[in-house]
Write a protein of this length. Structure first.
Length: 372
């Protein structure tokens, strides 16, 4: 899918094109199905190449590009690569056309959900959610983090083909795996505020010892004009919303930061705010849109978890008609010079009530410390 760059992102993309990097899907569980190395312009071009030395140079900067000021406040370099904003009629910021398409297709899906043929279609073309483990080797971190498990749920799109009872059943299956942390990668709702209420009983099923975290996706920004209401409802129900902020958790005496940014399409992601206070400990970043990895990898975020693409939702082998990532970060694991990305295929559906070649998944990422 070709994507036009708007003016604000063209400079970054041009800079990145000076070098190409191999984004190699891993071949472990949950790996990208494309099975090929995709040479794409990526953050390495600006983060670690000759250009990076100019861009990331800072008076007291570390190798990660994070600047520590004398006051102890952590700042990111001003002239670092920024994630390119999605653009175009189907992937850009909410326009009247996109809003109309999203709302009308959601209404069609709700109608189909209420009719036996629609349910049959969904059952026939949307397999059961796969819950599976993926080992992620971090190059740094205390041994106490070894074995920590993060269940990653994205793109539930509750409201059509995912009701309150199905959420309860799914969350029970996830809790049975006893993850240490549960993270929501955005798009919990589809297009209506009331859809968040479907989570009330399901959230009560989750009891990860280190917490439940969430970031908004573009569909969550349909929550009226104030995403704060979406945040406060989740907060009241035990979810820590990381909308441009981070939180330190501890496992066996070892520290790990769970940080999150607002959605790249509809929101205002602020990586510096998300990483404020981060010391020399590994960071797991929640960012709904996978293209935010362009920015996160440039400052050596250890692991970014994204969704949004639904793995293409409808794909025929390597042919993916619509996936929303200009870097082809469609699903599975990708790595850019030590910084890792996992793009979950998500759980729900949009536009069409079916999935072909992109089964729904909940990856449980098991952190491994040390060499693979
Ligand atoms: Fe999304």
């Amino acid at each position: 899918m070709s994507v036009d760059l708007d003016d604000s992102t063209r400079a970054d993309a041009d800079l990145a094109r000076r070098t190409t990097v191999d984004v190699t899907p891993a071949n472990e569980d949950g790996a990208c199905k494309s099975g090929e190395s995709n040479a794409v312009a990526g953050p390495e071009a600006t983060a670690r190449g000759a250009t990076s030395e100019e861009i990331l140079a800072a008076p007291t900067g570390s190798e990660s590009g994070v600047v520590t000021t004398p006051s102890g406040v952590h700042r990111l370099p001003e002239q670092r690569p920024r994630a390119p904003r999605p653009s175009g009629p189907l992937s850009g910021k909410r326009t009247p056309l996109r809003r109309f398409l999203a709302r009308s297709t959601a209404a069609v899906n709700r109608a189909l959900d209420a009719l036996p043929p629609g349910r049959w279609l969904h059952r026939a073309f949307c397999p059961r959610v796969q819950i599976h483990h993926v080992d992620v080797h971090l190059s740094r971190g205390h041994r106490g983090l070894d074995g920590l498990e993060i269940a990653f749920l994205s793109d539930l799109h509750a409201g059509s083909f995912l009701d309150a009872d199905e959420l309860v059943e799914l969350f029970r299956r996830i809790q049975a795996e006893e993850p240490d942390v549960v993270c929501f990668g955005g798009d919990l709702i589809n297009t209506r505020e009331r859809e968040i209420l479907l989570y009330k009983d399901a959230l009560a099923e989750l009891a990860p010892p280190l917490g439940i975290f969430a970031v908004p996706g573009n569909h969550d920004h349909f929550f009226g004009t104030d995403i704060g209401l979406w945040e406060s409802w989740l907060t009241e129900h035990g979810v820590t919303v990381l909308n441009n902020r981070g939180q330190r958790i501890e496992h066996a005496g070892a520290g790990l930061w769970i940080a999150g940014v607002d959605d790249l399409t509809e929101g205002t992601p602020d990586l510096e705010a998300a990483l404020a206070g981060v010391e020399d400990e590994p960071v797991v970043l929640l960012a709904h849109h996978p293209d935010f990895f362009f920015e996160a990898a440039a400052v050596d975020v250890d692991l970014t978890l994204s969704g949004h693409t639904h793995g293409g939702q409808v794909r025929f082998g390597n042919i993916v008609p619509l996936h929303h990532s200009r870097f082809d970060w469609i699903e599975g694991r990708h790595e850019v010079a030590g910084s890792q990305l996992y793009v979950g295929r998500g759980i729900g559906v949009t536009f069409l009530p079916l999935r072909i070649g992109a089964p729904p998944e909940v990856p449980i990422l098991r952190l491994r410390i040390g060499s693979a």
